[in-house]
Write a protein that binds this ligand. Structure first.
Ligand code: A4P
Ligand code: MG
Length: 219
């Protein structure tokens, strides 16, 4: 039996595009057949943030084909906007949940989007303030570059508000393709090298190359 065609019985509502059985997105609708560990990032910076986070965790626990949900301590973080941290925006509460599930990745994402909608999530602008954001950070070792479901989440490695709670929950966590979460978190907490002045960079790049003698061992 074609399992991709069998999978739509798991679907409802916005999941109708499962009818396109090709590519990573379509594969994301196939039941994995085994229990997998999904990492979900939760964020809220509008409304009663803690009540929303608690309700979202309860909703994750009520999902079908979910065996367990472990939740990290909640942290408060400055809102990151496309231009950088925005001290004037309402601060976020963030946490991470590790969900043991047999829901296929795209089905799980559709449930996350439904839970966001039930908590009044409105999409107005990129990285805009929101009552609830639920991102699928990772799903086992699954890799996908489909914009509808990119796995792991493309910005997870750059975000302390994802890495720190994840690390608190699982000190041995690994972000597929990027390495141990502990290393990624440490790299973020280290001061970043400041870019040199433009003129210095240009001088360095236009400096004449020093030619090695032809006989020199290139190693
Ligand atoms: N999408 C693709 N892959 C995924 C995935 N792995 N998980 C698609 C979730 N969604 C994924 O998402 C935009 C599109 O990404 C969707 O169509 C989905 O199919 P969205 O939730 O509508 O919009 P968004 O969350 O604003 O976009 P994006 O680019 O996912 O934002 P981020 O990177 O999640 O950033 N600052 C603090 N302090 N704390 C935060 O939690 N969050 C954001 C959102 C910005 N600043 C923040 C925080
Ligand atoms: Mg999101």
């Amino acid at each position: 039996m074609n399992r991709r065609l069998a999978s739509p019985r798991l679907l409802h509502g916005s999941l109708a595009h499962a009818a396109e059985p090709r590519g990573a997105w379509a594969r994301g609708f196939s039941p994995p057949g085994v229990w997998a560990e999904a990492v979900v990032a939760l964020g809220a910076n509008l409304g009663d943030r803690s009540e929303t986070i608690v309700a979202a965790v309860a909703a994750l626990r009520e999902l079908p084909l979910v065996a367990s949900v472990r939740v990290a301590p909640v942290i408060e973080s400055v809102a990151v906007k496309p231009d950088g941290p925005d001290e004037d925006a309402p601060t976020y509460l963030n946490t991470v949940a590790i969900v043991r599930t047999r829901l296929a990745p795209a089905v799980l994402l559709a449930h996350l989007n439904r839970i966001e909608a039930e908590h009044g999530r409105v999409r107005m602008e990129r990285w805009g303030d929101r009552t609830l954001d639920l991102d699928l950070v990772a799903y086992g070792d699954v890799r996908s570059d489909d914009p509808r479901l990119t796995l792991p989440h493309p910005r997870a490695a750059d975000r302390a508000f994802v890495l720190e709670p994840w690390l608190a929950l699982d000190p041995d966590a690994v972000l597929p393709g990027r390495g141990p979460v502990a290393h990624l978190a440490r790299a973020l907490s280290e001061p970043r090298p400041a870019p040199a002045s433009r003129s210095l960079s240009e001088d360095a790049r236009s400096a004449p190359e020093t030619k090695r003698p032809a006989t020199e061992d290139p190693s």
